[in-house]
Ligand binder design. Structure first.
Ligand code: FAD
Length: 468
């Protein structure tokens, strides 16, 4: 009997799925945003999807896979963009969709199971006591909280609260190790960084304790500009307004808003750049006054004054922003792709201007204003009109040569997509929590090839990657 057959026998009481088509579907995420990853990973598939209903069932899966040397790749909703949730060497897809309960809500704090969908958490928190999560990805309505913590970084709300990596934005994680007898650990404080944004390579998060903030009615607003850089100046000043409560500020260069925001098209001219905002309803008079102070800005759309039919048919503003901008673009022009760029404080505006002047319509700008180490600056998810991998790498180098670090979304490893160096804390924890290296293999270079030279500019190729 093969190891896989033995596993199926041992897990017979659990929800298992081995239909190859469904397994392949559950083995994929949004890796195809990248033409480079699409080519490398399109064929990747697991062998079996297991959908546990409790932490006890996860422990049962981990014990059996450990004994049989079967890799385990955890899946939230599979909305990651870099193949994070793809099982490069096959094995079990551990689907946490059924572990989705909100366990408790108190002032400032919610405790949830890791597979809970982020918008559902907010629905319960709002109904319970007018609270909501501090920040969420634009995949609010589809992504899980565990997947956001293990695979994401920040999003809507980051203008006020920074990113997930900032101390205080996650309170506690309950984590299972991948050992003969899986241990249950409760991580807090500095220890959270052992597993946060580690793509599930060194532990399975089963429960999450998150801080909450007051929930308001957020008004979606589009502000139009004839010149993109005027929109950037506006966004920068808006982010620095001390009394105006906003949750999202995203300047997006023409012609992207008109061409890609199909349902908002009627509000936007083709040559108009737009700043997408979410503003607290009680702050709308102040916001309108702020817009009037800027002779180059005009409000194109605000959801609080819009026709009911429009409000019902239009996607929420956060689904125009972050990586939803790219998704809308891909639907119109499947040949595009994107980058992830930081424009460091205090020169963010000049750095954006330099890159816009250098790359023009080949790389239409899309910025996301965030609070980064206490300073208001911008992160970018520019659209790239893709031609070749060589040109993509040149565009990345141009950004880096001009002082704008790129977090490369065309790589499936933690290090190449992140800080381009070993994360010693995550590596040490993997040695302790996953001694056989069975969790999401191939995603942590430091584990697979300790001598890898990050400065070599060579692409890391995981030897365990399934042949195409
Ligand atoms: P998955 O994709 O299923 O998993 C992500 C990673 O975490 C994988 O490596 C997986 O193995 C691991 N994992 C999942 N659950 C667990 C667990 N319980 N324990 C351990 N490891 C686990 N990201 C942002 O940060 N901000 C954005 O605004 C944003 N916008 C996006 C917009 C679009 C249209 C798309 C397609 C993606 C976007 N992303 C964004 C990326 C992605 O949506 C987020 O990172 C999301 O939070 C991932 O959640 P998920 O449940 O889909 O995780």
């Amino acid at each position: 009997m093969s190891n896989l057959d033995q596993l199926k026998t041992e897990l017979a009481g659990l929800q298992l799925e081995d239909n190859p088509q469904i397994v392949k579907q559950k083995s994929r995420d949004f890796f195809w945003y990248s033409p480079v990853l699409k080519q490398q990973l399109d064929h990747v598939t697991g062998d079996l999807v297991v959908t546990p209903k409790s932490e006890e069932e996860i422990i049962q899966v981990l014990k059996a896979c450990y004994a049989l040397d079967i890799p385990v790749t955890t899946r939230g909703a599979g909305t990651g963009n870099y193949g994070q949730a793809m099982p490069l060497s096959g094995g079990v897809i551990l689907n946490l969709a059924e572990l989705n309960k909100v366990k408790s809500i108190r002032p400032g704090v919610v405790v949830v199971e890791a597979g809970a969908i982020i918008s559902k958490i907010d629905e319960e928190c709002r109904a319970h006591s007018g609270q909501e999560l501090r920040l969420h990805p634009s995949t609010y309505r589809t992504a899980t909280i565990g997947g956001f913590i293990a695979g994401g970084s920040g999003g809507v709300g980051s203008i006020n609260w920074g990113g997930l990596r900032d101390l205080g934005n996650v309170i506690r994680l309950r984590v299972l190790t991948m050992e003969a007898e899986p241990r249950v650990l409760e991580l807090t404080g500095e220890d959270l960084h052992k597993v946060m944004h580690a793509y599930g390579t060194n532990g399975i998060i089963t429960e999450v304790e998150m801080p909450l903030t007051a929930a308001y009615d957020w008004v979606d607003v589009l502000v139009g500009f004839d010149e993109f850089m005027d929109g950037v100046q506006f966004a920068d000043r808006l982010g620095n307004q001390d009394g105006l409560l906003v949750k999202e500020i995203a300047p997006i260069a023409a012609p992207v808003p008109h061409d890609y925001f199909l349902r908002h098209k009627k509000f936007i001219r083709k040559d108009q750049s737009v700043v997408v905002c979410m503003v607290a309803s009680f702050a709308m008079d102040a916001f309108a006054a702020f817009v009037r102070r800027n002779s180059k800005a005009s409000i194109l759309y605000r959801s609080d004054l819009a026709d009911e039919a429009d409000v019902k048919s239009l996607p929420p503003a956060y689904e125009l922003a972050w990586n939803h901008t790219t998704l809308r673009g891909l639907r119109v022009e499947p040949g595009i792709t994107y980058l992830q760029v930081l424009y460091p404080f205090p020169d963010q505006i000049e750095k954006v201007r330099t890159m816009v002047e250098l790359l023009g319509d080949e790389v239409p700008a899309h910025l996301e204003y965030v609070r980064f180490d206490g300073k208001i600056t911008c992160f970018g998810l520019p659209i790239v009109r893709y031609t070749t991998e060589e040109r993509l790498n040149e565009i990345i180098k141009l950004h880096e040569d001009n002082g704008c670090p790129v977090f490369n979304p065309h790589r499936y490893t933690l290090e190449e997509g992140g800080m381009k160096q070993t994360d010693e804390v995550q590596l040490a924890f993997k040695k302790e929590a996953d001694p056989k290296g069975l969790l999401n293999p191939g995603k942590m270079i430091a584990w697979e090839d300790p001598s890898y030279d990050y400065k070599s500019d060579k692409l890391f190729l995981f030897p365990g990657l399934q042949p195409a």
